[in-house]
Write a protein that binds this ligand. Structure first.
Ligand code: SAM
Length: 189
């Protein structure tokens, strides 16, 4: 069985947007307790690679060889470990289900969610191979459109979706960026 109900969200996102393929390298941000990791590991198979990061400890997955990093994605140190784990070839897919601790104050929760989503976008820009895909959870609010525009510039197209499994839950939506476009690579980078 799956570790979290959240698993179904990634399954639905994958069915809808065709994200995960055998052999892929997948980065999962905000991965605890590990439901998305299970779905990703099944999809990529043994020849694929899955790396998960969370502030919380993630119990080892029984049937899958998944690498996990415990750390804060807003810290450079965590990004360093992630970069090392992913390696030179980069990632085919970056997914983020990161969410802030809810205060109940709507605008604050929204702002913190967008902040986390931006961290995920930075990681996607840094680690995604050309053509790679990006999924990120964001709470709806004033800054969503601006953030969506930023993401849109880096991908062939972006859509905003709300998978059935997440519809009863709050104001969350997922932005899906398909086909990372090759940016100009700085010489000596
Ligand atoms: N997708 C997961 C699953 O299927 O099991 C559920 C993820 S849960 C909704 C959101 C996670 O984001 C929490 O485990 C939380 O610890 C993590 N998170 C929030 N802020 C973070 C940060 N700055 N760095 C790393 N993880 C973070």
């Amino acid at each position: 069985g799956y570790r979290s109900r959240a698993s179904y969200k990634l399954k639905q996102l994958d069915e809808d947007a065709d994200l995960l393929s055998r052999g892929d390298t997948v980065v999962d941000l905000g991965a605890a307790p590990g439901g998305w990791l299970q779905v990703a590991a099944e999809a990529v198979g043994e020849e694929g690679t899955v790396v998960g990061v969370d502030l919380q400890r993630i119990d080892e997955l029984e049937d899958h060889d998944v690498e996990t990093i415990r750390g804060d994605m807003t810290e450079e140190r965590t990004r360093h470990y992630l970069r090392e784990a992913v390696g030179e070839a980069g990632a085919d897919v970056v997914v983020s289900d990161m969410a802030p601790n809810m205060t109940g104050e709507y605008s604050l929760d929204h702002a913190r969610s967008v902040h986390l989503a931006r961290q995920a976008f930075d990681v996607a820009e840094e680690l995604l191979a050309p053509g790679g895909d990006f999924v990120v959870k964001v709470f709806q609010g004033d800054d969503l459109d601006g953030f969506r525009e930023e993401v849109d510039e880096a991908f062939e197209y972006v859509k905003t979706t709300s998978p059935p499994a997440s519809r009863d839950a709050s104001s969350e939506v997922y932005l899906v960026g398909k086909g990372r476009m090759t940016a100009t690579v700085a010489v000596g980078d």
